[in-house]
Design a protein around this ligand. Structure first.
Ligand SMILES: *Cc1c(COP(=O)(O)O)cnc(C)c1O
Length: 387
């Protein structure tokens, strides 16, 4: 089976882990801060807080922005559940903004309309979480402008997008947001096994997230409510978690980061080749903003169902039967059974549901060979029987 995504681990990554295993620190040593500084440097952002997953990063990002019960958070329905769950962890409620059918990212027009309506109802969101689906940035300039107008804060879920750019700025620079989150899960662009990071230019947010990732405990004298009892002393000043990244993970991340640009450019080569091979088939490829640069975590096509005899499900199953590990990113989050309790019904975001009925993620990862890619195309051609 050709998988839809795959990590790329080389001998340098392995050696980096072995070095940590021979060192004094397996966790909370020098490698996590080194990885944080390297990512911050790469993204041209002031602070980076490494954690054990993007899910944890989203959670502490929301907490640092003060999200709590009574607050409302908005995200896109076409994302992994973690982008929405983070609001629920904080006791807030969640709502969804329909997608732009061209990019499948959160639609700025729908966002704008929904904000105007929410203002009338007194139900404006505290935080909006745009997700850079497949690695292509949302229109952050426009979303930021709405944020200023309506007074919401912004967390970019850039789990798909490290190595990409919005206009000329690296995704992660937080030029148009409060916090940006990356995932280092093995299917993502670079990996640490499990891992994530939250980036920000705001020193207070950075400090709060550092506190929350490690039990809410501080040893910083300036933060203590009383004089230290002695050299062993620390204080818990907030309710935090153990969301720490290990030095073992950070070593892989640091080593992977050196190949990030190469990974993303390989993904672009593969995407261009798909773009050139697909036009004869009854599918729509995702529109790419020529002014931005995608991380290309995923390559999603949409079937032109009216031009083919097979159903979406049949095409998907037949591709799997032919050894093509296609996938579907994503089921609209509010269609999950857990979300029924919040009153969401079928038809809530029509563009997202249409997307879900047509989308297929084709295999996309740096080591995908031309031969494998040809196999994907030929399997696709044979299952897309035209009417
Ligand atoms: C993978 C992913 C996450 C969660 O990442 P983890 O590191 O596995 O917690 C969150 N949001 C999106 C959009 C993702 O793709």
């Amino acid at each position: 089976m050709i998988p839809y995504g795959r990590h790329d681990i080389n001998q340098e990554d392995i050696d980096a882990v072995i070095d940590v295993l021979h060192s004094d620190y397996l966790t909370q040593g020098p490698t996590v801060p080194a990885f944080e500084q390297s990512v911050a440097g790469y993204c041209d952002v002031r602070y980076a807080v490494a954690v054990n997953s993007a899910t944890s990063a989203l959670h502490i990002a929301c907490l640092a922005l003060g999200v709590s019960s009574g607050d409302i958070v908005w995200t896109t329905p076409i994302t992994f559940v973690a982008s929405a769950n983070c609001a629920l962890y904080c006791g807030a409620s969640i709502d969804f903004v329909d997608i732009d059918p061209r990019t499948s990212n959160m639609s700025v027009d729908r966002l704008s309309e929904k904000l105007a309506q929410a203002k009338k109802n007194g139900s404006l969101p505290k935080v909006v979480i745009p997700v850079h689906l497949c690695g292509q940035s949302c229109d952050m300039k426009a979303i930021h402008k709405l944020g200023t107008q309506y007074g919401f804060r912004i967390v970019e879920d850039a789990s798909h997008a490290i190595g990409g750019k919005f206009r000329d700025e690296p995704i992660g620079s937080c030029r148009y947001s409060d916090i940006t989150v990356f995932s280092f899960h093995p299917v993502k662009i670079i990996t640490t096994g499990e891992g994530g990071m939250a980036l920000t230019n705001d020193s207070k947010l950075a400090k709060q997230m550092q506190l929350l990732r490690s039990h809410g405990i501080t040893r910083d004298v300036s933060e203590l409510s009383q004089d230290s009892d002695g050299p062993w002393y620390y204080q818990q000043i907030d309710l935090g978690f153990n969301y720490r990244m290990t030095d073992i993970q950070a070593a892989i991340g640091l080593s992977q980061l050196r190949r990030l640009d190469e990974f993303v450019s390989k993904r672009h080569v593969i995407a261009k080749r798909y773009d050139s091979l697909l036009p004869d088939l009854p599918v729509v490829v995702t529109w790419q903003d020529p002014e931005s640069y995608s991380g290309f975590h995923l390559y999603v096509i949409r079937l032109k169902l009216e031009e083919i005899t097979n159903s979406h499900l049949k095409v998907f199953k037949e591709l799997r039967n032919k050894g093509i590990g296609v996938n579907l990113h994503y089921i609209p989050v509010y269609r999950q059974p857990y979300y029924e309790q919040f009153g969401f019904k079928a038809g809530y975001c029509p563009e997202a549901e249409k997307y879900y009925s047509e989308a297929i993620s084709l295999p996309m990862y740096p080591r995908l060979t031309e031969m494998q890619q040809d196999e994907v195309i030929s399997a696709l051609s044979s299952v897309l029987k035209k009417c």
